[in-house]
Design a protein. Structure first.
Length: 371
C-alpha cells in the first residue's frame, strides 16, 4: 500500500509540472479552427468594381516602323555616321554615305580624257580659224576647195561628240561614286556598341507605338475595331487607354487550352493603338482589357483623385496601393461614371483613417517584414 501511495504521488507531481509548463501557452493561443483577424492599420473603406465580361489581350509594345541598316560592301567604303545614338531625325536626314573608290578612279580617268580632247579641240579650232582667215584672203580663183569642205577637214564635230559622250559617262558613273543613306521616316537612331558584320550599323525606330497582341478563337468574334481597351504595363502596373485598330482572321499559332482537356485552340493577331504614349517604352509587355458590357461603373466621387490633367484612383492590388489612371464622363447622384481604366473586382480605396500613398503596403505581415 505504501508503494502504491508513492507511485500515485509521483504521477500527480509529473502532471502538475507539465501543466505549469504547457497550460499557459495553450490558453494563450486561439483554437486551430478559429480565424486570426489581422488589424487594418489604415482603416480603409473600399468600393469594389462589379464583375463584367472582359477580354484580355497579352501583347508587346511595338514601333509602327523599324528598320535596320547593315554594311553594304558592294557600295564601297562607308564614311562616318552623321547622326548620334538616341538622336531623333526627320525623314530624309543623311545617316551616312559610301564612296566607291573603283568607280571614282574611272571617273578621274574620264575627266583626264575629256581634258585631253578639249585641249585637242581647242588647238584644232585655232588651226581651223587660221585656215578660214587665209581662205578669205585668197582670190576666189586661188581657192582649191569651198569653205564647207575646209571646215569639214578639221572634224570638230567628231571631237565635240566624243567630249559629250565622255561627260555623259562621267555623269552616269558619278551617281555610283557616292551613295547617300537617308532616313526613310522620322524616328530615333539606335547605334549598337558591337561593331560586327552581322550587327547593323544602326537601327531607326519610329516614335509611334502600338500593341502587337493576340486573342484566342473563343474571343475573336467578340473583338471589333474601335473598341476601347485599358492597357496595363506589366512591369510598372501603369494603365493607359487605347483602341483596337486591327483584327487579323489568319491564325498566328495554335495553343493548348487547359479547360478543354488539352484540345488545341488558335490565337489571332490584334493591334491596339495608344491614346497617349506617356510612360510607354518600346518592348514593354502589356495586358489589355476590353470590356464587353455596357454597364456603367459608377465610383464614389471622394475616391476620384487628380494630378494635373491626369484623373486616377488608388486600388488595393494584392496588398499594394496602386494608381489606376481612368477616363470619366458625367457625374450622377451615385458618383462619377468611369468609362475605362478599371478591371472587374478592383478594390478602389474610397477613404482611410490614415493617409495612403501609391506604393504603400497594406498587408500587415508585409509591413512588419519591412520594418
Amino acid at each position: 500500500m505504501k508503494k502504491k501511495k508513492w507511485l500515485w504521488m509521483g504521477i500527480i507531481s509529473v502532471v502538475a509540472v507539465l501543466g505549469v509548463i504547457f497550460l499557459p501557452n495553450y490558453l494563450g493561443k486561439p483554437a486551430e479552427d478559429e480565424p486570426i483577424v489581422e488589424e487594418d492599420p489604415y482603416g480603409i473603406e473600399y468600393y469594389t468594381v462589379p464583375a463584367i465580361e472582359q477580354i484580355f489581350v497579352n501583347g508587346v509594345v511595338t514601333p509602327e516602323q523599324s528598320q535596320e541598316f547593315y554594311q553594304e560592301e558592294n557600295l564601297g567604303t562607308r564614311g562616318d555616321l552623321q547622326v548620334e545614338n538616341g538622336q531623333v531625325v526627320e525623314a530624309g536626314t543623311l545617316l551616312y554615305s559610301y564612296t566607291n573608290e573603283t568607280v571614282q578612279k574611272e571617273v578621274t580617268q574620264l575627266y583626264n580624257e575629256a581634258a585631253r580632247l578639249e585641249t585637242n579641240r581647242a588647238n584644232t579650232a585655232y588651226k581651223q580659224q587660221l585656215a578660214i582667215d587665209r581662205f578669205y584672203e585668197m582670190q576666189e580663183e586661188e581657192r582649191a576647195q569651198t569653205l564647207d569642205e575646209l571646215i569639214m577637214d578639221f572634224n570638230l564635230y567628231d571631237l565635240d561628240a566624243q567630249i559629250k559622250e565622255i561627260y555623259n559617262n562621267i555623269l552616269s558613273l558619278e551617281e555610283s561614286v557616292y551613295t547617300e543613306v537617308t532616313a526613310p521616316f522620322t524616328g530615333k537612331v539606335v547605334i549598337p556598341e558591337e561593331k560586327k558584320a552581322d550587327v547593323p550599323v544602326l537601327t531607326l525606330i519610329s516614335e509611334n507605338f502600338y500593341v502587337a497582341g493576340t486573342v484566342n478563337e473563343k474571343d475573336l468574334e467578340k473583338v471589333t475595331i474601335g473598341q476601347v481597351a485599358d492597357i496595363t504595363v506589366v512591369s510598372s502596373n501603369f494603365t493607359t487607354v487605347g483602341k483596337v485598330s486591327f483584327v487579323d482572321t489568319t491564325p498566328a499559332n495554335t495553343v493548348s487550352d487547359p479547360y478543354t482537356q488539352g484540345s488545341s485552340m488558335s490565337s489571332y493577331p490584334v493591334k491596339l493603338s495608344f491614346d497617349s504614349l506617356e510612360r510607354i517604352v518600346n518592348g514593354y509587355h502589356v495586358q489589355a482589357t476590353i470590356n464587353l458590357e455596357e454597364n456603367q461603373v459608377v465610383v464614389p466621387k471622394v475616391a476620384i483623385r487628380t494630378d494635373g490633367d491626369v484623373t486616377y484612383v488608388l486600388v488595393n492590388d494584392f496588398g499594394t496601393v496602386t494608381r489606376r489612371v481612368i477616363q470619366t464622363t458625367e457625374e450622377t447622384a451615385a458618383g462619377i461614371v468611369v468609362t475605362s481604366g478599371l478591371e472587374a473586382q478592383d478594390e478602389i480605396i474610397v477613404s482611410s483613417e490614415a493617409d495612403v500613398q501609391e506604393g504603400d503596403l497594406l498587408d500587415p505581415a508585409s509591413m512588419e517584414v519591412d520594418r
